[in-house]
Structures are given as structure tokens and as C-alpha cells.
Design a protein around this ligand. Structure first.
Ligand code: PMT
Length: 406
């Protein structure tokens, strides 16, 4: 499925001299696979680490190094490349090129092109610790950040010298996420805050056991990523997840339904859109045992007393009635029977603007799956049944519905 944000975008990828240039090849591959047109400019030093053929094979486009001897006979390609770019990424960014960019030198094709472009920049510095911590380098980095350049990393880890320290280039997935976030900044949900809940809450029985459900958090994470890609400030309040947290999304980890309620309610005044995809326990053990529950001889039965948890969305509705925030509230309904009738009842009871109904008995859909088949039910009675789709696409449709509602 085409990547909605990156597909068709012109990305100018600058690669400078450093061992991390090999990781830039992975970044180039990821951008190209997402449907971006990647124009790579390497400095001469970068070609000492990775051949230009690697990048031309991965991007499917010619790679440029020299300002004056270009294939195709175009003498000054920097003007045209600078104009075409939607976004510039420089990864790795060496101390030398960082200094040149800070003072505005244009002594090679990369620096000349960057000086000529109006596109936003994302840079991923990579160098030895002492070079990074040198006051000159720090001042140059601060200059770029002051001009609105997004800096990713550097991180701490093993460096080219074999030493451990700060200076390691950020991972390609992190650079990609920063690039997405920068591209999305003018998106339709810019200046909006979207709060998403995800995962299955855990209700402890004793220090080592708990009651939970099969939610992986995939649906909620996809929603937070879609919100981020539409330009929103995305916030994820999540119970334990079976997948990695998304980049570029603020997050707060909780465990129980009570903790999730508190985390959601305290954030409501700053939330424009709330999407509740978490599978929240409706009941919890009345009291969690202080020590591990033992099986003793003659102890053949264990009766658990469960009590209701608060309904978070009902509490949200009460708070919203007084404050008007969030502007849009969307819930989910996980049903095993009477899908639409049960979902419509929850839409009304929880005073939602929309509910996303999923039949969690359908194979390949719902809990833990990569795909979901949902029906969107609106407060005004409209219904939209979607086919089985990847959760990323379902998330995109839900966020676009939220945009219309807001
Ligand atoms: O996480 P995945 O593996 O990707 O799976 C996705 C999913 C199946 C969990 C997701 O698509 C989904 O259906 N989420 C809602 C699960 C659920 O708890 O549904 P419900 O019908 O029990 O609850 C209705 C709504 O009330 C939900 O928005 C829920 O977050 C909310 N709720 C429920 C209980 C409670 N105490 N407080 C609540 O706010």
C-alpha cells in the first residue's frame, strides 16, 4: 500500500564522509520503498566509505558527487535539484559539512545545493565524541537548530574508533520518523492535539499474575502514527504493548484501567481529538493479594471477586459536558455478536461522535491481527462499512473522519 505521506515526494539525501554512510543506504532504501523519489548527493569523502553505485541501485536514480562532471551534461544541477526538493535529509552529517552549512559555504555540490534550496532540512550528525563535544561543533549545530533545522541524534554507542560515546548516527527508522514529522508539519491536523489510547489493560491478582486481554496495541499505534503524519501532536496513552512505540509520538505508559483513566482525564484540557482504541478491562480483582497466591493441599478452588472498573469514556463525556473538550471523541466497539446494534448502543451511552465497530471473531481481523474490518457509525446515524484493510489504512480513514468532525 502506498505511503500516503512520502509517496511522490522529492527527497534530497545528502551523504557525507563517515562510517555511518552505510546506514544511509538503508535509509535510502526505506524512502524509496515508501514511494519517495530520492536524489542522492554524496560528498567526495562519502564515496570513500560507500560506492555511489549502492545508492543509485537503491534509489533507481543517478547519484551526484561532482558539481562539474555530471552524467547527462547538466552543468549546474544544484539549482534544479534544490528547487525540486520537498525535504532535505543529510545523513550522516560530518563535523566538516556541519561547519560549512553553519557558515553558508558552497564549495561542493551538496553544500551548494543546500544553500540554494528552500526545502526544510533534517540532519543526522555522526562523528567521534570529541569532535561532537567541541564547542565549535556545538555552536554550529545550535546555529542550524536556530534556523529551524531538525536534528536527530547523535546517540550514544560504539563509534568508528571502537570507543563508546556520543556521536553515533541515529538509526534510519528514527531519521525516517523525523522526516515524516517535518513533512507533516503543514498537514491538515497541524496545531491539533490527538490523544489515542492503546493496548490491553492489566488488572493484578497478585504480584505476578493479572487479568488482561489479547490487544497488541497495533490499532492504537497505527492511529497515533496517522495523527502524526497528518501534522497533529500525537499522544499515546498505552497499556503494555506487543509492538514498538512509534517515533515522533509522545507517550505515557499505564497498566490498569484506573491508571489509564487518570492519564486520559488529566490530558483532556489539551486534547482536540480523543480516540479510544484501548481494550480496557470492565472488571478488576476487588483486591490484589500482597504476596503470590499459593496452592496448598486441599485448596482445589480459587474464587475471584471482581468489581467494575470506571468507564473511561463515560467519565470523559462528563468532563466534556462542562468544558467542551475534547472537541471530538471516537470510541471503538469490540463485539462478538450483534455488531452494529451493540456498537450503536455504546455510541449513545458513551456520548461519542463516532464509534468504530469491529467484529473480533472474524479471522485475520481485530485483536493482534495486522488488518481490521470495521464499520464507522456516526452520531447522526450515518454508517460506513470498510473492507478488510491494513490497520494503517483503517487508521488513516478514521483520522480523516475525525478531521471532518472537527
Ligand atoms: O490492539 P490490537 O491487537 O490492534 O486490537 C485492536 C482492538 C480489537 C483492541 C481495537 O480495534 C478495539 O476494538 N478496541 C476497543 C476494545 C474494547 O475494549 O472495546 P469495548 O467494546 O469493550 O469498549 C468500548 C469503548 O469503551 C472502547 O473505546 C474502550 O476503549 C472504552 N472503554 C471500555 C471499558 C472501560 N472501562 N472504559 C472505556 O473507556
Amino acid at each position: 500500500m502506498a505511503d500516503r505521506l512520502l509517496s511522490g515526494k522529492h527527497i534530497l539525501l545528502g551523504v557525507t564522509g563517515g562510517i555511518a554512510a552505510y546506514k544511509a543506504a538503508d535509509l535510502c532504501s526505506k524512502l524509496t520503498q515508501a514511494g519517495a523519489q530520492v536524489d542522492v548527493i554524496m560528498t567526495e569523502a562519502a564515496t570513500r566509505f560507500v560506492g555511489s553505485l549502492t545508492f543509485s541501485a537503491l534509489s533507481g536514480r543517478s547519484v551526484r558527487v561532482d558539481m562539474w562532471t555530471e552524467p547527462g551534461g547538466q552543468p549546474i544541477p544544484h539549482v534544479q535539484m534544490a528547487a525540486a526538493a520537498d525535504l532535505v535529509i543529510v545523513a550522516p552529517l560530518s563535523a566538516n559539512t556541519l561547519a560549512k552549512l553553519a557558515v553558508g559555504l558552497a564549495d561542493n555540490l551538496l553544500t551548494a545545493t543546500l544553500l540554494a534550496t528552500a526545502a526544510p532540512w533534517v540532519v543526522a550528525p555522526a562523528m567521534e565524541s570529541h569532535m561532537w563535544s567541541n564547542p565549535a561543533t556545538q555552536a554550529h549545530a545550535a546555529t542550524l537548530r536556530g534556523r529551524g533545522v531538525v536534528q536527530v541524534g547523535p546517540g550514544v554507542g560504539r563509534l568508528a574508533s571502537g570507543a563508546q560515546g556520543v556521536g553515533r548516527m541515529a538509526e534510519p527508522v528514527e531519521i525516517l520518523a523525523a522526516a515524516r514529522q517535518r513533512l507533516a508539519q503543514q498537514g491538515p491536523l497541524a496545531n491539533h492535539r490527538v490523544l489515542v489510547t492503546a493496548g490491553g489493560t492489566q488488572e493484578p491478582l497478585d504480584p505476578v499474575r493479572f487479568i488482561t486481554n489479547a490487544s497488541s496495541g497495533k490499532m492504537g499505534v497505527a492511529l497515533a502514527e496517522a495523527a502524526r503524519d497528518l501534522g497533529a501532536v500525537a499522544m499515546l496513552v498505552h497499556a503494555p504493548l506487543a509492538i514498538a512505540l512509534p517515533f515522533g509520538v509522545e507517550h505515557a505508559a499505564v497498566r490498569t484501567a484506573l491508571e489509564m483513566r487518570d492519564a486520559v482525564l488529566t490530558r483532556l484540557p489539551a486534547t482536540d481529538i480523543l480516540i479510544a482504541a484501548a481494550a480496557v478491562a470492565d472488571f478488576r480483582p476487588a483486591a490484589a493479594a500482597g504476596q503470590k497466591i499459593k496452592k496448598t493441599p486441599g485448596h482445589e478452588e480459587l474464587v475471584l471477586r471482581l468489581v467494575r472498573t470506571p468507564d473511561i469514556l463515560v467519565d470523559v463525556a462528563a468532563q466534556r459536558a462542562g468544558s467542551g473538550w475534547p472537541k471530538v471523541v471516537i470510541g471503538f466497539a469490540a463485539e462478538t455478536e450483534n455488531l452494529l446494534a451493540n456498537a450503536a448502543a455504546k455510541l449513545a451511552a458513551k456520548q461519542l461522535d463516532m464509534i468504530v465497530a469491529n467484529d473480533v471473531t472474524e479471522p485475520g481481523s481485530g485483536f493482534g491481527a495486522d488488518d481490521n474490518r470495521v464499520t464507522l457509525l456516526y452520531r447522526d446515524g450515518r454508517q460506513e462499512a470498510l473492507p478488510l484493510l491494513p490497520k494503517e489504512e483503517v487508521a488513516w480513514r478514521i483520522l480523516n473522519a475525525a478531521r471532518e468532525l472537527i
